[in-house]
Write a protein that binds this ligand. Structure first.
Ligand SMILES: [Zn+2]
Length: 204
């Protein structure tokens, strides 16, 4: 991907060279004073913090049961991974794979890529294959449908509540927090800022 070196003013077309810009700063046109670009304040640090938080919640969500059922004295617990295992063992391999990818693999990879891009940048180091990682990050986004799983689990909770004792596990709350942290990481991350920082490191 090309790193932008010049930008024309939207108001008067004057061409400006893009110089080093720190987080939270803005660039203005020298002739008419219009805003040329504005960097979100600490967008990379913020996104990194959300991604790390998301990873912690991801591990908690996978360690503990999502739901616990009690029916006629039998207690059954359900982990995040159990959904796809059930599909696999029932012979619905493809469905199991989709569920595994969208509820576990994609959300985890997104958080790992975010951290492996942003953590080295925090220490002014070049991440490994940053372009490839960013491309994967963009392609994985539609696969991470964890939000939909949260809804599905809540629906199951309400429905099953009629004929079984259902209690929500620690993991469900962790899962909801993981989804929120991932969304916030995406919202906070300023791609312009990211490419700019990568470009700066490439020059060295
Ligand atoms: Zn101008």
């Amino acid at each position: 991907m090309m790193v932008e070196t010049h930008r024309a003013c939207l108001e008067c077309d004057m061409l400006h060279e893009i110089t080093e810009m720190h987080s939270g700063e803005a660039g203005y046109c020298q002739r008419c004073g219009a805003v040329l670009f504005r960097s979100q304040k600490n967008s990379l640090d913020g996104a990194l913090a959300f991604a790390l938080t998301g990873l912690i919640f991801f591990f908690l969500a996978n360690l503990f049961p999502l739901l616990e059922f009690e029916m006629q004295g039998n207690i059954q617990t359900n982990r995040l991974i159990d959904g796809s295992i059930e599909f696999f063992s029932a012979g619905y391999g493809l469905l199991g794979l989709v569920v595994l990818l969208s509820s576990v693999v994609a959300p985890m990879l997104i958080l790992l890529f975010l951290v492996s891009i942003l953590l080295p940048l925090k220490f002014h180091k070049k991440p490994f294959f940053p372009e490839a990682q960013i491309r994967l990050l963009v392609h994985l986004r539609p696969w991470a449908m964890a939000e939909i799983f949260v809804l599905g689990i809540i629906v199951a909770y309400v429905k099953l509540g009629d004929f079984a004792d259902v209690s929500l596990g620690v993991s469900l709350f962790s899962f909801v927090f993981m989804v929120l942290a991932t969304l916030l990481a995406y919202v906070t991350l300023d791609m312009k800022d990211l490419w700019y920082r990568l470009g700066e490191l490439q020059k060295k």
